[in-house]
Write a new protein. Structure first.
Length: 178
C-alpha cells in the first residue's frame, strides 16, 4: 500500500508541477518569439519651432529617435520597426511622407511642415505620439527558431501529462481497478 501511496503522490505532484510550469514556460517563450508593441511613445515637438521664424513653421531638420530604435544585431539581422504611426496630442493621425518622414531601419523620423503637423504647434501640449512594434533584445529573429521554441511548451505539457497518466494507470493496475 505504501508503494501505491508514493505513486499517487508522485502522480499528483507531476501533474501540478506541469500545470504550474507550463504557464511560466509559455510566458518566457512569448518574450522571445513575439515583437514588442509600443503605444503612444511621447515626443515633445516644442523644440521644432524655429527661433526667429514664424512660430508655426516646423524645423524639418530635427530628427526624433524612438526609444527602441534598432541597434546592433537588429540592424544586422534586418529586424526593423514595423507598424509605425504618428499622431498629435488631439489624436489626429499623421500621414507618412505628407506629415512626417520615417526611417524604420534607423528608428528615426522628422516632421514635415504640413498643415496637420503645424496644427500640433503651438498648443499647451506639443506632443506627438509614436506607436510601433520592435524586436526586443532577446527576440529570436529566425522564423524556424521561433517555431521550435513555440513547440517546447506543448511537448513539455504532453510529457508531463503522459507521465502522470502512466503513474495513474500503474496505480489503477496495482489496486486491481484495471
Amino acid at each position: 500500500m505504501t508503494d501505491i501511496n508514493g505513486k499517487l503522490v508522485l502522480a499528483f505532484v507531476t501533474l501540478l508541477l506541469g500545470v504550474v510550469l507550463i504557464g511560466v514556460i509559455a510566458t518566457q517563450q512569448l518574450a522571445v518569439t513575439d515583437r514588442t508593441a509600443v503605444t503612444s511613445e511621447v515626443h515633445n515637438v516644442l523644440s521644432t519651432i524655429a527661433t526667429g521664424r514664424n512660430t508655426t513653421d516646423i524645423n524639418e531638420t530635427i530628427t526624433y529617435t524612438l526609444t527602441n530604435a534598432p541597434t546592433g544585431w537588429q540592424l544586422a539581422d534586418s529586424c526593423p520597426i514595423v507598424g509605425f504611426s504618428l499622431a498629435n496630442s488631439s489624436g489626429t493621425a499623421f500621414t507618412d511622407t505628407t506629415d512626417y518622414v520615417v526611417d524604420l531601419d534607423a528608428g528615426t523620423y522628422t516632421l514635415v511642415n504640413s498643415a496637420t503637423a503645424v496644427a500640433t504647434l503651438p498648443t499647451a501640449n506639443n506632443n506627438t505620439y509614436a506607436t510601433y512594434t520592435y524586436c526586443a533584445d532577446d527576440y529570436i529573429n529566425l522564423s524556424w527558431g521561433r517555431t521550435v521554441i513555440n513547440l517546447i511548451a506543448g511537448f513539455f505539457a504532453i510529457s508531463l501529462l503522459m507521465t502522470s497518466l502512466g503513474l495513474f494507470y500503474s496505480i489503477a493496475k496495482d489496486t486491481g481497478m484495471l
